[in-house]
Each structure stands twice: as structure tokens, then as C-alpha cells.
Design a protein around this ligand. Structure first.
Ligand SMILES: [Mg+2]
Length: 383
């Protein structure tokens, strides 16, 4: 009977700290969008962090992010909608997602507005799991203690071919299972040379993927997919524009090599359309980009029902947990870029990423993250 006073159901959200942090990248990053002239090399990532504290002192940390533009917009939107959470029960995560969505309904249910919601949603899940003393994957219902992982950061297009081979070998030595190479350059011959060289160096059976970052038109994608069939790739990623569901579906139906896409989509509805069109063999949702864990779970449920495989995009620190709950074995993307933001590191062994057993996401913000923070706003009062 005495437990009622401390029951989580009586708890409420008392305080939030929203911060805008800019993570610098050691080397300017180029994928095919830079080589086709659509974007400039990327030099930093804008992080949106939300820290939530309840009346009873339970805490959660959430994150969202944007690349190139969007950071100030996400922060501004988060700041504007945050007050609607004060006094709410932090356990009611679905209700709170909807409440945040309605608070900003006139700017839509996808894109920047929902990405701001994503940071709150992840923080609420982190709080709930920490309070339960469970890792996020255990809270959600885990299928496995580790997930297959592949490296992306070593295979970008600004990396010369000799260095590409060194990076691929180093990743494999570190215990990362698969290697992804960026392709989609205006001169497709260069793409083929790079893939051929890495395939030769790693041998026939090492898991290898390619990613064209949406830079082929339909005829080029047909031609390149046909050429790439010989390399026994795990997948060909974003061969076409992210919203070309019909085009992706035609490639998926034509070629043996699986087609992967979905990272650019920013809502459950957009992923639902992709799934309905059977436009991917591997679906690549990005939890912060679609608005957090709440929408991610809805997407994963639809993907599972449709028999798709899963390869969540970026933010391995979060997706290691979300990959662990998917029915079939997913591939989680190893990107070491966000590591300096946190005090903890993921363990990698025998081609797999070990799902952290620490409560929640198992993450705490580093001093470095605080130092890179440009703007902070606090909402509510600490209990
Ligand atoms: Mg990609």
C-alpha cells in the first residue's frame, strides 16, 4: 500500500533542458550528392538534445539531428512546443507524441517539426527504461543481445581508393562485419573500380554494400544495378530519388541484389507508401528523422508484416537498441561520428555490435558535447 506514493503513475514531467550542439567533423564529408553538385561537403552535424526530469527525479536523454541545414529550425520548434509536456505523466509516451504533434500541427506531420518531437520522444523512452532498470531494447522486448553491423564512415567518396582499402581492412580487423562503399559518381566507371578493388581485397564472402545516395536516374540505376549484380552485394542503397517508389519497386523486382532505401523519409505515412509499393527489400528508417521511437515502432511493425529486412540509418547509439527488437536479423550502421558526444562506447566483436545492458540508451552527454553546445533553453522547474 505504501508503494502508491512512489508509483510511476503519479509522476509528472517537471523540467526539460533543450540544447543545440554542433559536432565538428574531422574531414569534410562527400557522398554522391556533393559530386553531382547538389550539396557542399559536410563539415558538422547539428544535434538537438532534450533532457527531461520528472517530479520524482527520474531522468531521460533524447536526441535528434540534422545534416547541413535544419539545426536552428529543429531547436526553435522544440523550444516552442516543449511547455505542453510540463505536468504530464512521462509514461504516456504515445499520448505525448500526439500532443507535441498537435502543438505544431500547422507546420505538418513530417520533416523538421516531427524531428524536433523525436528528441522528446527518445528522452521519454530513455526515462522509462532507466526507471525500470532496463536497457531500451529490453524495455521494448528484445530479440537478441547483439546485432550485425557494417561500417559506412570509411567508404565515402572523398576517400582515395588506396585509403578505401586501408579503411575497409581496418574496419574488418576492428570486428565490424560489413563494409559499405559510396557510389553514384557522375563517372560510373570510377564506382565500379572502387567496388571491384574492395571486393578483391576483402574476398568473395565479406558482406559488402553500396550506396548511391539518390544520384542515379532510372536508366542509369538499371545499368549500374545490372553491373553490380556480379559483386554479390548485400544491397544497393538509394539507387534513385528517395520518393521514387515505383522506380525502386521496379529495381527490387528486376534484380537479385536487394534494394535498400528509406533513410530520407520523415514520417510513418511516407514509409507506409514505400512499403505498400514494395519499393525496398531492406527498409532503412531513421528514428530521429521520422520523429522518434514511437513512429519508428509503427514503421518496424509494418515492415515486419510485409516481410522486409531492416537496416536503420545512422545514429548507431540508438539504433543498436531498435535493431535488437526486429524479428529478422537487421544490419546496424556503424558510424563513429557521434562518439565524442557521449561518455560511453559501443562494444564491437566478431562482426557484431553488442547491445548495451545499461539502463535506457546507456548514454550520458560528455563534457565535449557541453563544450560544443551553442544554445540552451530550460523549461519548467527542477524538483
Ligand atoms: Mg545511405
Amino acid at each position: 500500500m505504501t508503494a502508491i506514493a512512489s508509483s510511476p503513475s503519479n509522476d509528472s514531467i517537471a523540467w526539460m533542458r533543450i540544447s543545440s550542439c554542433y559536432l565538428p567533423l574531422a574531414t569534410p564529408i562527400s557522398d554522391a550528392k556533393v559530386l553531382t553538385g547538389r550539396q557542399k561537403p559536410m563539415t558538422e552535424i547539428a544535434m538537438l538534445f532534450v533532457e527531461i526530469e520528472s517530479k520524482d527525479g527520474h531522468r531521460g536523454l533524447g536526441l535528434s539531428y540534422s545534416k547541413r541545414a535544419g539545426g536552428p529550425g529543429q531547436f526553435a520548434h522544440a523550444k516552442e512546443i516543449a511547455p505542453v509536456l510540463i505536468g504530464e505523466d512521462p509514461s504516456d509516451i504515445s499520448k505525448l507524441w500526439t500532443k507535441l504533434c498537435w502543438a505544431g500541427a500547422s507546420v505538418g506531420r513530417s520533416g523538421m517539426s516531427t524531428q524536433a518531437i523525436g528528441a522528446f520522444d527518445v528522452a521519454l523512452y530513455d526515462l522509462k527504461a532507466r526507471r525500470a532498470g532496463l536497457s531500451l531494447s529490453k524495455l521494448l522486448g528484445s530479440q537478441r543481445d547483439s546485432v550485425q553491423c557494417y561500417n559506412t564512415s570509411g567508404g565515402f567518396l572523398h576517400t582515395p581508393i588506396e585509403q578505401l582499402l586501408v579503411n575497409a581492412a581496418a574496419s574488418r580487423e576492428r570486428g565490424i562485419g560489413g563494409i559499405k562503399l559510396k557510389v553514384g559518381q557522375p563517372d560510373g566507371k570510377l564506382d565500379i573500380q572502387r567496388v571491384e578493388a574492395v571486393r578483391k581485397r576483402l574476398g568473395d564472402h565479406a558482406p559488402l554494400m553500396v550506396d548511391a545516395n539518390q544520384q542515379w536516374d532510372r536508366p542509369t540505376a538499371q545499368r549500374m544495378c545490372r553491373i553490380f549484380e556480379q559483386f554479390n552485394l548485400v544491397w544497393i542503397e538509394e539507387p534513385l530519388d528517395a520518393y521514387d517508389n515505383e522506380g525502386h519497386a521496379a529495381l527490387a523486382a528486376t534484380f537479385d541484389t536487394p534494394i535498400a532505401t528509406g533513410e530520407m523519409l520523415t514520417s510513418v505515412a511516407e514509409h507506409g507508401e514505400l512499403i505498400r509499393h514494395r519499393a525496398a527489400d531492406y527498409l532503412m528508417p531513421d528514428a530521429p528523422r521520422v520523429g522518434g521511437i514511437t513512429p519508428f515502432l509503427k514503421i518496424a511493425g509494418q515492415a515486419e508484416q510485409a516481410g522486409l529486412m531492416l537496416g536503420p540509418h545512422f545514429a548507431m547509439e540508438l539504433h543498436v537498441h531498435l535493431g535488437a527488437i526486429y524479428q529478422t536479423e537487421p544490419w546496424v550502421e556503424h558510424f563513429d561520428w557521434l562518439e565524442p558526444l557521449f561518455n560511453e562506447r559501443l562494444e564491437i566483436k566478431d562482426g557484431r555490435m553488442i547491445v548495451p545492458t545499461r539502463p535506457g540508451l546507456g548514454l550520458s552527454l560528455s563534457e565535449q558535447a557541453r563544450a560544443w553546445t551553442r544554445e540552451i533553453v530550460e523549461v519548467g522547474k527542477r524538483a
